[in-house]
Design a protein around this ligand. Structure first.
Ligand code: AHG
Ligand code: MN
Ligand code: MN
Length: 335
């Protein structure tokens, strides 16, 4: 395969990708540079004193790992200087980050989980950065309001993630399918390795933290029981896999098919995962790859966030596997 970089790929598809403007490609360049910087720090984490926690608790009520804080700082520093962004929201920041007036303001709103799966980093298991891009309404100027950011995922213009695994990968969609790029560390570029990724219609793996089974709602318990007994795409039983880094579990689901589930549990009717920086961008990718993403009742992409850190249950992956869960939720609703 010819070595096609992300920028080349965008330019090749420019006619079909209206957002492939100079500002957008510039934004991606800076996002990729941030990803490469984070990747390098993660590779060195065991050698430098950057494993473990900072001793702080974030806005989500979770322990902040040192690498969470480092990845967050790298992204904010780089992206507020990019000239392409007018506001940012990070999983690690309680408030909206407004760009300007000290830096030039661009058209895009960037929402990110700087490091997903960070509790896995001390044991050298895959983590990633998840991002979502919205474009500010044409003609809007001045400081960005919160209302401008609290938009449903249907309005995303691009979404993706950088997975720091055995190799570092960028998986991206600008609304023209999903494409995967692998970092060639010698060249320092992400090269097209997985063009036009499609999720199989049905899979053979379900992925969920079954430790919380007793706390799930009844439809989720029934759904997982269904995967215990149903026939998979291979004709036999479904297998179970759970990395515990959403980004890695989703990456496997995207390539092999199957389903990832994070149900609501007692006291947490919206589950754990964040709508804007985790569920929505991955839902955008799932749908672009021919799969589905649901909260049990409907499309994740149509959920309107009430706050920056709103949460949602998540059922995502192969269309038939997600539909099986939705059918169970619908049956419970009609009882
Ligand atoms: P983060 O590291 O960004 O806080 O996200 C952690 C999330 C997600 O990566 C993962 O799928 C999930 O937490 C695992 O949660 P459980 O330990 O509850 O299964
Ligand atoms: Mn996360
Ligand atoms: Mn995180």
């Amino acid at each position: 395969m010819a070595d096609i970089t992300v920028t080349e790929h965008l330019l090749l598809h420019q006619k079909m990708t209206p957002q492939a403007t100079g500002m957008f490609t510039g934004l991606l360049y800076d996002l990729i540079l941030s990803g490469k910087t984070i990747s390098r720090r993660i590779n060195q984490a065991g050698l430098l004193d950057i494993l473990g926690g900072t001793g702080e608790v974030n806005v989500q009520g979770e322990n902040v790992q040192k690498m969470d804080a480092i990845a967050n700082r790298i992204l904010i520093y780089r992206m507020e200087r990019s000239g392409a962004v007018c506001a940012m929201a990070s999983e690690e920041e309680p408030e909206l980050i407004r760009v300007g007036p000290e830096f030039p303001r661009g058209d895009y709103i960037l929402i990110f989980d700087p490091l997903d799966g960070s509790s896995n980093i001390d044991v050298n298991v895959d983590v990633g950065t998840i991002f979502s891009l919205h474009r500010r309404a044409h003609g809007a100027t001045g400081e960005v309001s919160l209302e401008e950011v609290l938009k449903p995922g249907t309005e995303q213009v691009a979404a993706g993630y950088i997975l720091y695994g055995p190799s570092t990968m960028l998986v991206l969609s600008t609304g023209q399918g999903v494409h995967g790029f692998t970092l060639d560390p010698g060249v320092g570029e992400f090269l097209l390795s997985h063009p036009d990724i499609r999720i199989p219609e049905q899979g053979y793996i379900y992925s969920v933290n079954e430790g919380y089974r007793e706390q799930w709602d009844a439809p989720a318990r029934e759904a997982v029981e269904w995967f215990h007994t149903a026939k998979s795409s291979k004709g036999g039983a479904y297998s179970s896999r759970y990395v515990g880094s959403l980004v890695a579990d989703f990456h496997r689901t995207l390539l092999y098919g199957g389903i990832y589930l994070y149900p609501p549990y007692s006291g947490k009717p919206d589950g754990k995962l964040r709508l804007m920086c985790e569920a929505s961008p991955l839902a955008f990718l799932a749908e672009q790859a021919g799969g589905k993403a649901s909260d049990g009742h409907g499309r994740i992409l149509e959920r309107v966030p009430a706050t920056l850190h709103a949460r949602t249950p998540l059922y995502i992956g192969s269309s038939r596997d997600v539909e099986a869960v939705e059918t169970i939720y619908a049956r419970h609703k009609n009882r």
